[in-house]
Design a binder for this molecule. Structure first.
Ligand code: M6R
Length: 609
């Protein structure tokens, strides 16, 4: 949550900061601000609202002119979104931007108040600014002040810092919250994520826990909390600029839906050798899998829904018990784990606070952990015992689409290898399943092409509803959870996902005349049963949208609207059927006039619990 950036170089600093922030707006967008050294004095521009509001404000009130500065886009935690709570925040000698949460800010604030300091905002960030200032006043050594401040802080934070006395430098610090230091020709950057710097450089240092960076005239230096200079490995981003741009699409979400075939292909191809799953590079081999007793999949939101599909597939093919847990529940419920257990953490960002904490807990209890992560070098990626990167490139839209799809593809590959290692499927069956998985990119592309108009039309029939239901059985039920989340998070239409067979036990009482029910009916073995459930809601006035196989013919007493996906193996159907669900959510949000990529109250990377 929150994006921070910083720049020192030869370009117009305000322009660079605004441009870099525009690539990070997915991290939070309820206020924005920058601070730039102008003639050796710090000039701040900040406002409640979007980055565009900041740009407008600077058009009328003037844009800070200089070559060194920091910037911020906020997702409010402490204090409502307002001009005064917007970052940057200052003390007499320092100005900072902050991503994260200072857990002991109240205690520190009380102490600073007792020392005669005063505050103008409700934020935890201003406490850090005042604390830095407090230490700096003692000795006028910026790095020492940062070290002393860090020692007092509890929580997660990444900071960009300017000291009034050092107009040719920017300082940065990281604990938990992500932060990179970009290195260009005669210029340097800080940013919460790689897309913010891609336009300028692909080279960066990944700051680790409690590392301090000093950027400026004499290059970049990185220190630890003992004030020791560190030699860090310079990394090179393998994403290109297009990854951070809309490339002609109206929104990132629709661009990312369209990227799914390529993302899946890129993710699975290097993990298949001679037609068999091969996760050995990720630290996973058959010998280890043979002995796994229980699997726990722990994640949040969409990533957890990918785990739900994984559960059905792993249990069906490998006959291993799989428990799927919401990370925020798992970490506080005294989970039962042993050293034979495998805990799989799925996360696009690799920084989700609850998922990270759940993984650390699992490790501390002796379980092995496997991270399935999209963001390179993120905390979960670095700390997991075994790691499978999903190779979707950056996902910018808050609503996850391509990240979900690649998480599914990895769940499948893992399940196939697990089933083979456990002797539950033979080599021929394993090869057959892998072959089918390799066919999915083309089939996904086919669904996007065939169903674009139809899903738009169906969405137009849903957008006036207050509430609707998603139903399905088996894998279709697992998928309906994701369909429902996708719709509600961006269209703001209330919806629930329900196991179709469970409706009669209470929820069917919600069905009244005209209520839309989206039914997913792709599973051959369960098809007739799902159809009966659809008829039950239809008989009570529901308007039904049925997602089914191409070969199926449905009568009018079942479906008002039909969306078809190619005939395919039951097990892999979620990879095709999720596409119309994504498209329906996209068009519903669009038709309702919502901000598709930046839905209200949400942020892409949830680094607070
Ligand atoms: O970065 P993560 O995959 O750990 O994020 C987990 C959820 O916050 C995320 O999937 C969220 O539910 C999506 N925005 C939904 O589209």
């Amino acid at each position: 949550m929150c994006g921070i950036v910083g720049y020192y170089g030869y370009r117009d600093c305000s322009d660079v900061l605004v441009d870099s922030l525009s690539k990070l707006e997915y991290r939070g967008y309820d206020s924005a601000g920058i601070a730039v050294f102008e003639d050796d004095k710090i000039k701040i521009a900040k406002t409640k609202g979007r980055l565009a509001d900041l740009v407008d404000k600077m058009k009328t009130e003037g844009k800070p002119q200089g070559i060194a500065g920091i910037g911020h886009t906020r997702w409010a935690t402490h204090g409502e979104p307002s001009d005064v709570n917007s970052h940057p925040h200052s003390g007499d000698n320092v100005t900072i931007v902050h991503n994260g949460i200072i857990e002991n800010y109240k205690k520190l604030k009380d102490y600073l108040l007792s020392q005669g300091r005063s505050f103008v905002s409700d934020t935890d960030t201003e406490v850090v600014a005042q604390l830095l200032d407090f230490y700096y006043c003692r000795h006028h050594d910026p790095v020492r002040a940062i070290i002393e401040t860090t020692e007092d802080l509890e929580g997660s934070f990444a900071l960009g810092i300017l000291f009034n006395d050092y107009p040719e430098y920017i300082f940065a610090l990281r604990r938990e919250s992500p932060l990179i230091v970009g290195v260009g020709e005669n210029e340097s950057f800080i940013a919460s994520d790689v897309p913010a710097i891609l336009k300028y450089t692909k080279n960066y240092y990944l700051l680790e826990h409690d590392e301090i960076a000093v950027l400026g005239k004499y290059g970049t230096k990185i220190y630890d909390l003992h004030y020791q200079k560190l030699d860090k490995e310079l990394k090179t981003a393998d994403w290109d600029m297009d990854a951070a741009e809309k490339c002609g699409y109206e929104h990132f979400m629709i661009k990312e839906i369209n990227e799914q075939p390529v993302s899946v292909k890129t993710t699975i191809t290097p993990r298949i050798t001679d037609g068999m799953p091969d996760l050995s590079e990720c630290g996973i081999d058959d010998e280890y899998l043979k002995n796994v007793k229980n699997i726990h999949v722990v994640a949040c939101g969409t990533a957890m829904h990918a785990g739900m599909v994984g559960k059905y597939v792993m249990e069906r093919l490998a006959r291993v018990p799989v428990n799927v847990e919401i990370a925020s529940e798992f970490r506080y419920k005294a989970p039962i784990l042993s050293s034979d257990d495998l805990v799989i953490i799925i996360s696009q960002s690799g920084e989700t606070a609850d998922s990270l904490a759940a993984m650390r807990l699992a490790k501390s209890m002796g379980a092995k952990t496997l991270g399935i992560v999209n963001a390179k070098g993120s905390s979960i990626a670095r700390e997991a015992d075994m790691l499978i990167y999903t190779l979707a490139g950056p996902e910018i839209a808050v609503a996850s689409t391509k990240a979900y799809m690649v998480q599914l593809s990895v769940m499948y590959l893992f399940a196939f290898q697990l089933a083979y290692a456990k002797g539950r499927i033979d080599e021929n069956k394993c090869r057959e399943l892998v072959g089918l998985l390799q066919e999915t990119p083309d089939k996904i592309a086919q669904v996007i092409e065939n169903e674009l108009e139809n899903t738009q039309f169906v969405a137009s029939k849903l957008i006036c509803s207050d509430s609707l239901l998603y139903i399905g059985r088996g894998l279709d039920y697992a998928l309906s959870m994701e369909g429902s989340l996708k719709l509600k998070e961006i269209s703001y239409i209330h919806s629930e996902a329900y196991a179709a067979g469970e409706l009669k036990h209470g929820t069917i009482s919600l069905v009244t005349d005209g209520m839309p029910v989206i039914a997913i009916a792709t599973q051959s073995e369960l098809f007739e049963k799902t159809i009966s459930n659809i008829k039950e809601v239809k008989a009570r006035g529901a308007v039904t949208v049925v997602i089914c196989r191409e070969s199926v013919e449905l009568s009018d007493d079942v479906a008002d609207y039909v969306i078809k996906v190619p005939d395919f193996d039951d097990v892999l159907m979620p990879m095709l059927a999720c596409v119309p669900l994504q498209l329906m959510a996209y068009y519903s949000a669009l038709l309702r006039g919502n901000d598709v990529d930046k839905p209200r109250n949400l942020a892409k990377s949830v680094t607070v619990e």
